[in-house]
Ligand binder design. Sequence first.
Ligand code: NAD
Ligand code: ZN
Length: 349
Amino acid sequence: MSTQTGYGYDARFKTIQKFTNLAIPQPGPDELVLKIEAAGLCLSDPHTLIGGPIASKPPLQTSTKFVMGHEIAGSVHQVGSQLMGDPAYATGARFALQINHACGVCNMCRAGLDGSCQGSYQAYGLNEDGGFQQFLLIKNLRTLLPIPAGVSFEEAAVCTDSVLTPFHAIQKVRHKLQPTTKVLVQGCGGLGLNGIQILRNYGCTIVATDVKDGVDKIALDYGASEFHHDLSKSAHASQSFDVIFDFVGVQATVNNSDKYIKRRGTLLMVGLGKYKLVLPNYTFAYREIEVIYNFAGNSSEQIECMEWIAKGLIKPNVQIVDFHKLPQALDDLVNNKVRGRVVFRPNKL
Ligand code: NAD
Ligand code: ZN
């Protein structure tokens, strides 16, 4: 086999493209080829396609055509001459990828904040080739994070974003999460359901909300004490939540946060549903609301997330879908028909 099939972005079209006859990469001396064992589908993928928040503006959009898929886990398939015999990269060694290519030498990287690397804006599946194919060339070995025993490829794949991103946001306010802290989670999709599971370990009171049917039971099972489709029909008073996580990022959720956040409360913006939003300037100022934005996370946190999974502290909700059904799955995600996180296994055709 010398060619492979992949799905990706082509600037000329607004829908995902099927790329046939993609070359199977050959590694250079200090590179390796990863066999993709699992790749997750994120709502940021259609954002990329439609020129949404992630890909529409520089510096991320540097490529006009690339294989998508930024939640990636795989096994070593082939190594370059310099890596031959190195047990760390033995054939079959299991790795999850850090999505962004941290340079390792900028001030952010040196401080351990490599998710905010200032030296590189390359990111697998967001502006260069990613995981929606069978084999991916790894030029930057720093992006390879070993998967611990007890963590499946599917779990490790979704850990790269849909677990890591809420985890990273939650770490910023963990000192505020007491048993009496009232937390609102808006959006119980791929990210939000993992966010609830992570929060459960901090003992706070979690109220979840989502407009979609069929996620209420999952949210409650994962640790939410209540679920509401419409918070205004619940008994919660306005200005009654200490911390709010917005895993949607549309005007309706911002307006909800404005209504329900307490004085001196903290709002964590994670969802990228709209490129620009109107924040309630006066009421947030008057109530001294802290607003914290978030983007993915650091490699040390990603490693920690995998340890949480290995210890059974969280169990990501993974829905395995046949690789050839990817365009339909993307359509379902855009039309809000997916529950949990869709994961493909490109080498299990
Ligand atoms: P998802 O489709 O799996 O989940 C989104 C959920 O929001 C759905 O369950 C949907 O029903 C719900 N929702 C929609 N409108 C709502 C409303 N008005 N009120 C309450 N719930 C509502 O998507 P996902 O993959 O979990 O991604 C969520 C968002 O986070 C996307 O915008 C994505 O681009 C973004 N994202 C951000 C980062 C980051 O680093 N900041 C990383 C990954 C994804
Ligand atoms: Zn994502």
